[in-house]
Design a protein around this ligand. Structure first.
Ligand SMILES: Cc1ncc(COP(=O)(O)O)c(C=O)c1O
Length: 428
């Protein structure tokens, strides 16, 4: 068959043949730790390929050996996920943090410089600030609104530009929805760095991927996901993924084999099931988010809103980046409640339908307070610098009936006490 099907069509079948499993229409859970070889010669051949002792033959497939190296649920999931980002290869992990940590450890070595965008997801931020320096890796953060000239200046002034090994981005940034221009970072990576060693650009695409942003097309080398979010989509698994070209992914998979942080067969199977409805879910979530954001922006208790769908040409570079890099505003909305922490808490404590929980991208709507929850570990100075304020609330919009959702948000906003200053203004 030479018809080129779209990824959403292939999510039900790609990489699996019913004759492998007694005609089962769906890939079963291969809950096994190890696989039987037909002969000792076959076992030897499988290991030669798996351990890189020789190149795989043109028609040779990677044989099943042991579930830390490969497993049908893991392999089929990787083949399906790779379709969305049009990547050569994908590696799936037991968590998003496992994918991120493996990439940072594989591609950075003592003496290297990591340049990263701010703000980062709290877990990644901790890893970068507390783990990497222990291994002699220098780190340098930049503001998501930095221009190319400012990035160049930052690198030059650091005195470490010739040691730039990786630029790590989160775009849109969690929780502020600030956008970083991937193509600009590619150009900076090519301009600086070490002679004879490519400076890599790695992008955490959790917020918009794998549907609405494809970093590899904009010059990234590696794409990372917390598959716990949109890919899983039901708040019932923790998982992660990394995608890129064959050469880089061979290194990622090798380190995964020895760290042993690969996905489990049952989790892989759950994600195969999730992928079948991913596009439908994400589209409905984005549709709901657009309606909710439009109403929130006009609400008197909302002091400010961060939602990509509200960018206009007046936003300059952010708008241009959005138009070039993203195909939808997504379903993440952050907004400042009039007041401070106690007003934000009043809103969160009064929600009746939306759950007060961290995480995002699932069928149910979730709200949380980044400053004291997901980003609690970020320093007070950085929180202020990057807009993670006391009155900021992050909302992940789900697939509920949008009028039910709005009813809940509106009644929780109404329950937020009016600020005293405002009361005085009203009295005057
Ligand atoms: C943007 C982003 N990246 C990475 C992670 C880490 O993923 P996991 O919790 O699956 O380890 C998260 C988790 O919230 C996230 O929001």
């Amino acid at each position: 068959m030479d018809k080129h099907f779209q990824p959403e069509t292939l999510m039900m079948s790609h990489g699996y043949r019913p004759e492998w499993s007694e005609g089962a229409v769906k890939c079963p859970i291969f809950q096994t730790s190890t696989f039987v070889f037909k002969s000792a010669e076959e076992g030897k051949q499988f290991f030669e390929v798996a351990y890189g002792l020789r190149e795989k033959g043109p028609k040779e497939t990677t044989g099943l050996i042991y579930s830390r190296l490969n497993n049908p649920d893991m392999q089929i999931l990787e083949e399906r996920l790779a379709l969305w980002d049009a990547a050569d290869e994908c590696a799936v992990f037991e968590s998003g943090m496992a994918a991120i940590a493996t990439v940072l450890f594989e591609f950075l070595q003592p003496g290297d410089l990591l340049l990263y965008s701010n703000p980062l997801y709290g877990g990644t931020d901790h890893f970068v600030h507390h783990l990497l320096p222990k291994f002699g890796i220098d780190i340098l953060g930049f503001h998501p609104k930095a221009t190319r000239e400012e990035l160049e200046q930052l690198l030059i002034q650091s005195g470490k530009a010739d040691r730039l090994a990786m630029i790590y981005l989160e775009t849109p940034a969690n929780p502020t929805n600030d956008l970083v221009d991937i193509q600009m970072c590619r150009e900076v990576a090519d301009q600086f760095g070490m002679a004879g060693r490519r400076t890599l650009v790695a992008v955490d695409n959790t917020y918009l991927g794998p549907l609405w942003q494809h970093p590899l097309k904009h010059g990234a080398d590696l794409v990372l996901y917390s598959a716990t979010k949109y890919i899983g989509g039901h708040s019932d698994v923790i998982a992660g993924a990394c995608l890129g070209n064959a050469a880089l992914m061979a290194r990622v998979k090798t380190l995964r084999t020895f760290m042993g942080n690969m996905i489990a067969p049952h989790t892989g199977w759950l994600l195969l099931r999730s992928l079948e409805t991913m596009k439908l879910r994400m589209e409905k979530q984005a549709e709901n988010a657009r309606i909710v954001a439009d109403r929130l922006k006009n609400h008197p208790k909302v002091a400010g809103i961060h939602y990509l769908g509200l960018l206009t040409p007046a936003d300059g570079a952010a708008y241009e980046t959005y138009r070039r890099q993203c195909t939808s505003p997504g379903a993440m909305v952050s907004f400042e409640i009039e007041g401070g922490e106690s007003e934000a808490f009043a809103f969160l404590n009064n929600l009746k339908l939306v759950k007060l929980a961290v995480s995002l991208g699932s069928t149910e709507s979730l709200a949380q307070h980044p400053a004291s929850m997901t980003h609690a570990g970020v320093s007070p100075e950085d929180k202020m610098r990057y807009g993670i304020t006391e009155n900021l609330v992050r909302l992940s919009v789900g697939v509920e009936n949008v009028e039910d959702l709005w009813w809940d948000l509106e009644q929780a906003l109404e329950a937020v006490p009016v600020l005293e200053m405002e009361m005085e203004e009203v009295l005057v």
